[in-house]
Design a protein around this ligand. Sequence first.
Ligand code: OXD
Ligand code: MN
Length: 586
Amino acid sequence: MTNNKYVLNWIEEMAALTNPDRIVWIDGSEEQTEALRKEAISTGELFKLDQEKLPNCYLHRTAINDVARVEHRTFICTSKKEDAGNINNWMAPDECYAKLGKLFKNSMKGQTMYVIPYSMGIVGSEFAKTGIELTDSIYVVLNMLIMTRAGKEVIDALDENDSGFVKGLHARADLDEENRYICHFPEDNTIWSVNSGYGGNVLLGKKCFALRIASYLGRQEGWMAEHMLILGIENPQGEVKYITAAFPSACGKTNLAMLIPPEGFRAKGYKVWCVGDDIAWIRVGQDGRLWAMNPENGFFGVAPGTNVKSNPNALATTMRDTIFTNVVHNLETNTVWWEGLDKNPPKNALNWKGEKWDCESGEKGAHPNSRFTASAVNCPCISPEFNNPQGVPISAIVFGGRRAKTAPLVYQSRDWNNGVFVGSIMASETTAAASGAVGVVRRDPMAMLPFAGYDMGDYFAHWIEMGKKIENKPKIFNVNWFRTDDEGHFIWPGFGENLRVLLWILDRCEDKAGAVETAIGYLPRPEDINTEGLDISRETMAGLLEVDKEIWREETKGIREFYAKVGDRVPAELYAELEKLENNLK
Ligand code: OXD
Ligand code: MN
């Protein structure tokens, strides 16, 4: 497939370590892909679903001890511990290679090693990057073929003398939880993942490369890899403006990325276009603006809760060419189901573990982290710019979290550094849906807590530095769709209605909307947000936009504690912003 000796030598070395019976290059052809599906079906790794109702759709079940990302087993292996920082787990590279080397040794004996050349971004574009994943799992191959641009064209586009590709090695080995490791060697462009078969740990192009390794590269090369969706809003005049947004998990990120405007706005001609639902690679364009591109080619979305109301576009996307993982198998119709899809759980069905499932038992049928892997091109609202190698110009950056009382529905930061501060203090409160205590504040700066491939303080400093290079800076905002009343009910209707807030944001970017200055930044007045057709009183809007100084004074204490935990590389600019906030709250 290639004469690139860096590629060939590395594969030879990894094959000597893992000892597969054969090595197969993935070319991306339909013939090879179909042969792999057939093989996976024959071994029970995949189940073919009803091909009339769900063409080219399959079901997979992971091991029951292997259903989510394992942050406590995820390591950043830089030669100096301080470069990985206080937030990441760290292991010395030599120690890690030696430790995992033992786990990889002969792990592919009797099996095939698949070589997947893949591109994050449009193949051959100056902003794309190449990776090669070696894996013993057909499930990984088939998922990578959806989530990335993979196959022969990628290796053909790699220069013979290019050694800068990301080297990913994955083996399921024994799926032993105690020996599960997801390790990153940013100084070597290398990722090693062993003893897992769950997507987030093994689809190495996603979190491992496109966030952890890429954030490290971005800092060196002067760009940013962010855990952000990208969406375009088209107004009735046909102009499209783009927003990127970062949210911690369980805040409806994929739903926002594929938002359907409320009826009245649709009638006027508003449209929302999805460019990406999870990751944005962002750089300064020649025009002095920030440009964002989605390095992925598909969606690895959470299934439970996806339904015709919450996200009709995602649901439509999964109707073909999709791999479902750990959802309910409806045996009557040979289709799939998950909690929150509809009110008709199947009577004759298997749960995510493959056991007979009684929908009246009160036990969940789908795993709460069950997933769909679906092709971006099948999304009804995929942006016409999705395949533009330049990406799209960004008007606004939005941060958000799940806060019952603290953060108002929306506010605008004062300037770039203040906006970086707003991103750095991002947090979510735990919900009853997650295990553990309810209402505990978890800090998750820029939603990057488990994804920054280097010290978090340095990461903040990189944001500050980037600001100096952007002539036409996007404005930075914070949203909170999750304010609750005293009975714990959500006040803001959310879903498609969130467009109303995004429109205020875009208007602010063009100085077309009003705001008042408060202790935390600029807030809309109730009348600044278009609530036409919405059953929400002015008082309720005023409540959603309230900033309680007492709660915020408490908040600043939590921020100080968090900064102390991040360590001594938190830039002075952010401490200055924190002091300003403390003074404003006096
Ligand atoms: C994801 C995540 O799966 O952020 O996208 O955990
Ligand atoms: Mn994510």
